[in-house]
Design a protein around this ligand. Structure first.
Ligand SMILES: Cc1ncc(C[n+]2csc(CCOP(=O)(O)OP(=O)(O)O)c2C)c(N)n1
Ligand SMILES: [Mg+2]
Length: 428
């Protein structure tokens, strides 16, 4: 590794910090009105606000709302509790979250009718986390997450058809139908998965943040993990390195209150995940409030670019069980799930806000829901008509190794690098 590839030394950090500060000023300029709500970039597919094309002339007039639950912080000051938004953005957030909910419920049905097989981890209940983040992230930022990744693919410019196609094992899927539910991926959206090994994405995300800094990009990495994964050793190793190198990493811990059937109270000796790393700033956010997530993310992104890593704990809730094999009712009561739906549902909260403030009426919102349902049905139809990957094209290439033509000379294919095909007793 040459000098140019070394991480920033303490001596160069000041310089980089100053560079990052200028960058943020530029981003602020770029982020003023004119930008479509929740869109990443015209090149990347994202939610088109056509449903609201006929919106009132003042649809983009500035509005502000105070978050209901204060931010709790560790090692830092909290951002302002008043969030700036517009009617257009709120409608877009409502539509986007409804789209995610409908997609996940449709996948549940497709799974039960065996059109989707394999692993399947649904995101319903947690939509506000993804959508609040989407309102802030730019195309240059990158994101990596666990196996609960369908909606993260959407916020990085992916489509519902790609998610459904992937789960149905079709070539139209995000990973060409060979990855399945846990392996969404989008190079153009800088969405690096979709990781099945609990916690494995955290060092990878830290590496992506290193790459952003190394290349001098004005970008952060959003590194997402669950409350269960928070107890993994590699999380702490990665956070330490991110802190030493002042990497622009936003560690987002989605605390949905349960791991794979175990509550945080039983599995974590210290379930205040935002306080877990004494050396990192941390903040707990109401992850069922999309505006609170947006505000937290705006603050976190600016801070990470200027000062390096921090932790956001999103206090959220998962309606479905851990995966399709978990009914989700053996370690929590039905009452708990029902009362969370009733009192904290992220979609209902935005809907009520829109209605209460006279920003939309019930008929308008119903029309949005109808439009989304049609869109999801069309994505299912598209997936059904797409081909399955052919074994020759995919399985032989990515799953099974075939010996190279000069296999007798091939080295390094066994545990012993001196191993040769001709000495393999299994070869005829
Ligand atoms: C290294 C490793 N250990 C165990 C598992 C099995 N496993 C899969 S998910 C999970 C729980 C993770 O819970 P959490 O991080 O809270 O995420 P959530 O499923 O709630 O989104 C476990 C133990 C795994 N996939 N990888
Ligand atoms: Mg969890």
């Amino acid at each position: 590794m040459g000098t140019a590839r070394r991480p920033p030394s303490p001596r160069t950090r000041g310089h980089r910090r100053r560079a990052a500060r200028c960058v943020w000023v530029d981003l602020c300029v770029e982020r003023v009105p004119g930008r479509d709500p929740l869109s990443l970039t015209p090149q990347i597919r994202s939610f088109p606000p056509q449903a609201f094309a006929a919106a009132a002339a003042d649809a983009d007039a500035p509005l502000s709302f105070k978050v209901a639950r204060p931010f709790e912080t560790h090692n830092c000051e909290a951002p302002d509790a008043t969030v700036a938004t517009t009617r257009t953005e709120l409608l877009a957030m409502f539509r986007r979250m409804f789209e995610m909910r409908r997609m996940e419920i449709s996948l549940d049905i497709l799974y039960k009718s065996k059109e989707v097989r394999g692993f399947c981890h649904l995101y319903d209940g947690q939509e506000a986390v993804a959508v609040g983040m989407q309102a802030v992230l730019t195309p240059k930022d990158s994101l990596i997450t666990s196996y609960r990744d369908h909606c993260q693919h959407l916020i990085r410019g992916g489509t519902v058809a790609e998610v459904i196609g992937e789960l149905m094992g079709r070539t139209s899927g995000a990973s060409k139908g060979i990855g399945g539910s846990m392996h969404m991926y989008s190079r153009e959206g800088r969405m690096y998965g979709g990781c099945g090994i609990v916690g494995a994405q955290i060092p990878l995300g830290t590496g992506a943040a290193f790459a952003h800094r190394y290349r001098g990009e004005d970008a952060v990495n959003v590194c997402m993990y669950g409350d269960g994964a928070a107890n993994q050793g590699q999380v702490h190793e990665a956070k330490n390195m991110a802190a030493v190198w002042e990497l622009p990493t936003i560690f987002v811990c989605e605390n949905n209150r349960y791991g794979m059937g175990t509550s945080t109270g039983r599995a974590s000796s210290m379930p205040d995940f935002f306080r877990r790393s004494p050396f990192l700033p941390g903040m707990r956010v109401d992850g069922m409030d999309v505006l609170a997530v947006k505000q937290a993310m705006t603050w976190a992104r600016a801070r990470a670019l200027e000062h390096g890593p921090l932790v956001l704990e999103m206090d959220t809730y998962r309606y479905h069980g851990h995966s399709m094999s978990d009914p989700g009712s053996t370690y929590r009561t039905r009452d708990e799930v029902a009362s969370t739906r009733q009192e904290r549902d992220p979609i209902d909260r935005v809907k009520q806000l829109l209605l209460r403030e006279g920003l939309a009426d019930a008929t308008e919102l119903k029309a949005v829901e109808r439009e989304v349902k049609k869109e999801i049905d069309a994505a299912i139809a598209e997936a059904r008509s797409a081909p399955f990957p052919s074994p020759e094209e995919y399985m032989a290439k990515f799953v099974f190794a075939s010996p190279p033509a000069d296999h007798d000379e091939a080295r390094g294919v066994g545990v012993d690098t001196r191993w040769k095909m001709s000495t393999n007793p299994r070869q005829p």
